[in-house]
Write a protein that binds this ligand. Structure first.
Ligand SMILES: Nc1ncnc2c1ncn2[C@@H]1O[C@H](COP(=O)(O)OP(=O)(O)OP(=O)(O)O)[C@@H](O)[C@H]1O
Length: 273
């Protein structure tokens, strides 16, 4: 029973998850609590994400998925508990160190979060110009190879408002990767996309992971996306990670909550509250 979120299943049997149990994984969230006013959002959330794998985080609306993501990148500070990334407690280091840790993340926000005043080329070049001393020739090689990978090399001089939502997401993906991040976080990459473009974006996530490696965390509502991309699946409910396991274990789970959520059934332990 998960009605009080009192248990978490870590059912993964692979070496990766065994490794993460030893407490040496890149991203460790330990008993994190977070409230906004009277509203408790994270309620003792504990999870260690599998390294060098794609984990999707599923969960009903408003259950704290985006809030979790913001804790992982250090944009929100826990009221209690700890978030450790790359072996460092994010809130026990200086602001400068936290900023340096944050640079090791690539984040793909829902709308791509592109700068409206810049064309796609300059958007993708922006992190390289801001955070490295690479020459414009070196930057051009990196930007063009990433724009090519996401199928946007013909659209490099377009402004974000001249292209579709799916293209904006792909441009945001290219920009998230140019700094060669160890960890890439996706906040609902499929939001606002039709099923075909959602599938294409899922395939792109898989291809990019195969090509570049790293630890990917994908927040989504979309079960087909989870089926396509996941090595591991975490299920968040009422501010706790109530399940974390391999994709096969999750889709084969007998747990009534996990089954109801994956099947989208109206009847089951998961209510509207
Ligand atoms: N900065 C904030 N100030 C106040 N409340 C917030 C803040 N950020 C998030 N919340 C609240 O925290 C709760 C969880 O929000 P969150 O965006 O993490 O949910 P979610 O699981 O990502 O939902 P969805 O799938 O609908 O995007 C919501 O009730 C939201 O209103």
């Amino acid at each position: 029973m998960y009605s009080d979120g009192s248990s978490t299943t870590h059912t993964g049997a692979s070496g990766v998850l065994e490794g993460s149990r030893r407490g040496d994984s890149t991203i460790q969230v330990n008993d994190v609590h977070k409230a906004f006013g009277a509203s408790k959002v994270l309620n003792g959330l504990t999870v260690e994400f599998a390294d060098d794998a794609i984990t999707t985080v599923l969960g009903p609306s408003g259950t704290g998925k985006s809030v979790l993501l913001k804790h992982i990148v250090g944009l929100l500070e826990p009221d209690a508990g700890a978030v450790r990334v790359f072996g460092q407690n994010l809130w026990r280091v200086s602001e400068t160190e936290r900023f340096a840790l944050r640079k090791r993340f690539g984040v793909l926000f829902q709308d791509g979060a592109l700068f409206g005043s810049m064309n796609l080329y300059d958007n993708v070049a922006f992190p390289l110009r801001k955070h490295t001393d690479k020459t414009e020739d070196e930057i051009r090689d990196i930007v063009m190879s990433h724009l090519k990978e996401v199928g946007l090399e013909q659209a490099l001089d377009k402004a974000p408002n001249e292209i579709s939502g799916g293209m904006r997401k792909r441009a945001g993906f290219a920009r998230a990767l140019v700094m060669r991040p160890d960890v890439v976080l996706f906040d609902e990459p499929d939001s606002g996309l039709d099923p075909v473009r959602t599938k294409l974006l899922s395939q792109l996530i898989l291809e990019m992971h195969r090509e570049h490696g790293g630890t990917y965390i994908v927040i989504t509502h979309d079960i087909p996306t989870a089926r396509t991309v996941s090595d591991y699946i975490g299920v968040l409910w009422k501010g706790r990670m109530v399940h974390y396991g391999t994709a096969d274990e999750t889709f084969g789970s007998e747990d009534p909550f996990v089954r109801q959520f994956l099947a989208g059934d109206a009847v089951g332990p998961l209510g509207m509250d």
